[in-house]
Design a protein around this ligand. Structure first.
Ligand code: HEM
Length: 363
């Protein structure tokens, strides 16, 4: 059968398929005057940035595909849907690792090499990477949770042009991956009464049917797992806040209970993919934090404490972003509430079976 994407009878050709000529004509160093590149390292600077932008494009492509799947009203948790999401998220993790390594290449440029052309960049900065902001927004970093949002989101000199500004506003309006994951966690069907009838764990609290009996027992096990040196009262009050009251950050208590349950029973066949999904999100956040940190170190090495070409305080701003701009911090935070696997309560047989086979019992 013919390939459905072939549009003409010409044989394909590497250079034209990849538009190599066009790609190689897109580096325009400002220090290239009358055919001579006066600042040798400007070429490296441009190519490294362009490579980042290409990978950002790929990351956005993957993120959009993940959001499309999770937006489906009936995403299949143990089938191809979830498999695709996890696969794409893992790819994003690998891309970030590569992006973090690229810093080493740029660091072969010395501060003096950079000074050869830095002044010509005044007004331009990685700050203005619209795709980077789209990635942050699609993952779920909200304006009010950022370090100094006023610093970066403006249209003065050093800020965005009106079209890019609009693109970012639109990205922030969309339903983020975080929100979709939160909704997906809330839909977890395994806390329905049907699964827990006749379970010889804790008695059901008749006054609060919304609190499944499992959690009352789990809270006791968690308390017993704490050591003398743990801040017991503090941790238990955080436990109650996180899993029974307001939740944490943008995650509801119900969603975080589901996430903790998945982490605890991740060896159950049906939880392997959900666990891999949660783990990938935490890893993406970690890689993004690594990027912020590596970038900060590079900036210190390149310009010391001078202000950035984008007009921010430079090092100070970037340090603030490293400390604050986490997206899945609350998800990673529930790791504080894990207990030893050997002390986990045995699940009711009916639930155990449901987690083993794709079964109608899940409803
Ligand atoms: C010589 C190399 C570099 C220097 C000296 C540098 C410097 C800076 C500075 C000072 C800032 C703060 C904003 C400002 O006032 O300009 C910034 C922000 C930023 N830069 Fe770079 N940068 C370099 C390379 C890169 C590369 C290769 C990328 C890759 C795309 C990049 C991406 C970013 C991003 C995304 C921000 C915003 C960070 C945030 O808001 O959290 N930078 N950069």
């Amino acid at each position: 059968m013919d390939c459905p994407f072939k549009t003409d009878e010409e044989p394909a050709y590497y250079g034209s398929y990849l538009a190599v000529d066009k790609l190689l004509s897109l580096q325009a160093p400002l220090s290239l005057i009358e055919g001579k590149l006066h600042a040798h390292d400007e070429m490296l600077f441009i190519i490294v940035h362009q490579t980042y932008e290409l990978w950002f494009k790929q990351i956005l492509h993957e993120l959009k595909a993940c959001c499309d799947v999770l937006q489906k009203p009936s995403a299949d948790d143990d089938g191809p849907d979830m498999n695709v999401v996890v696969h794409r998220l893992k790819r994003i993790v690998e891309i970030w690792k590569l992006l973090n390594q690229q810093v080493d290449v740029l660091e072969t440029m010395t501060p003096l090499d950079f000074l050869d052309f830095r002044s010509s960049l005044e007004g331009a900065s990685g700050f203005q990477s619209t795709q980077f902001r789209q990635i942050e927004a699609t993952l779920g970093l909200r304006m009010e949770n950022r370090f100094r949002p006023d610093y970066y989101k403006h249209t003065e000199i050093g800020g965005f042009n009106p079209a890019d500004y609009q693109t970012i506003v639109e990205a922030e309006k969309g339903t983020s991956l975080l929100r979709l994951v939160e909704q997906w966690l809330r839909r977890m069907p395994f806390f329905g009464d049907a699964f827990w009838q006749n379970w010889n764990g804790e008695e059901t609290d008749a006054t609060n049917t919304a609190t499944p009996k499992f959690w009352k027992g789990y809270r006791k096990l968690y308390e017993a797992s704490l050591s003398e040196r743990d801040e017991r009262a503090d941790l238990l009050s955080k436990f109650d806040e996180t899993f029974f009251k307001s939740g944490a950050g943008d995650f509801s208590a119900q969603a975080l209970r589901a996430a903790l349950f998945i982490m605890l029973y991740r060896d159950e066949p049906l939880f392997r993919l959900p666990f891999a999904l949660l783990n990938s999100l935490i890893e993406i956040d970690e890689q993004l934090a690594n990027f912020r940190y590596r970038h900060l170190q590079m900036v210190r090495r390149m310009i010391g404490t001078r202000i950035g070409t984008g007009g921010s305080s430079g090092e100070q701003y970037l340090q603030g972003a490293v400390n604050k701009n986490y997206i899945y911090k609350e998800l990673a935070g529930i790791i504080t509430f894990l207990i030893e696997r050997r002390n986990l309560p045995k699940l009711p047989e009916r639930l155990h079976q449901a987690l083993r086979f794709s079964s109608t019992e899940r409803d």
